[in-house]
Design a protein around this ligand. Sequence first.
Ligand SMILES: [Zn+2]
Length: 62
Amino acid sequence: MKEPLCPRCKIRTDLIKESETLSSGEKVVRYFYKCPVCGTRINISNLLLKHDKDSIVIEKSV
Ligand SMILES: [Zn+2]
């Protein structure tokens, strides 16, 4: 995967994975690129993980 360039600084961005557990028990995982200099974020995808009995359902929302 090739990192996109920051639209402001024209330098390579870092791939960041961030996860957050909601009060409902669902988990949100966000993938995005972040510029190490100016902090500009380029969203890739957001995944919503739901616990359904014994399985985990992944709902992709962008
Ligand atoms: Zn930048």
